[in-house]
Ligand binder design. Sequence first.
Ligand code: ATP
Length: 313
Amino acid sequence: GIDVLTFGESMVAFRSDGPLVQGGLQTTRVAGAESNVAIGLARLGHSVAWAGRVGADPFGRLVLRELRAEGVDTTYAVVDVERPTGLMFVEQRTADLTLVEYRRTGSAGSALDPADVGAAVARTRPRLLHLTGITPALSASALECVTSVAESASAAGVLVSLDVNHRNRLWTREQAKEALTPIARRAAYVIASDDELDLVADGTEEEAVASLLAHGVVQVAVKRGPRGASVHTVAGRVDVDAVPVTAVDPIGAGDAFTAGFLSGVLDGLDPGECLRRGAEAGAFAVSAKGDWEGAPTRADLALLHGHRPGATV
Ligand code: ATP
């Protein structure tokens, strides 16, 4: 089997450097939390497959081409001839204000079919199945897909990870909580921002974590942006500071963190070391432009550790 399987919706993101109403130049990049994590893991040397639907259009071909170029297996992706690839427009309205406009309703990516994902799990036999809280928000079939695969995979001994990844443009906090709580309880690894933990368990951070651990979650990672991150296990809590870098683009830090953290898990590292790899990957992501372009390789991580020739990381 492979190391990691993940699935979800990847879109094409058009980014303009000024107000959309004035037209102007746009860059064309691939966006999607699960594919960002897949690329992050592939760069760190893990075998990873991405499943999902794209349209039979140039945007879908761009998504698959970019993933393949990054070493992600797209064998189980489906080209949906009836629906278009989702699009997003990211507008730099002012230096501090970024607006996002989606064209993803009725997209190929939102028409995820439990049979697509079931086949991908059966054929790839992954050690780890990575889920996000975005996919279940896309459609009723996508919610059914994530819920059923979390259940069947965890019952079959596949490690499940969930990044809560709340998207308030897709559903309310109440809807998210109802859908995500049972999925989180099936997971071995739950990753959340500090303001997302209450979407998978009640109470303060310590109470929410205690409840998740009592349901069998092995590690709960909490992201705190430039303030670093924490990991909770039955043995207690470990904190890590953010790596001081010049942040040029905060988008993608969370996905890079998740890839780094899960890479540590796959390598059998201690929770504190998984956390550190996550924070280091997050720092690389924020100090480069793009959602996933800055995600580090192992050689990149070695640069943070003194750049000794032949050093092992
Ligand atoms: P996004 O949704 O924008 O991708 P997120 O909210 O999911 O991000 P963050 O908490 O912002 O995730 O970032 C994840 C990790 O990346 C942090 O825990 C931290 O270790 C690292 N990180 C984030 N911002 C910075 C920064 N400005 N400088 C250094 N490291 C950072």
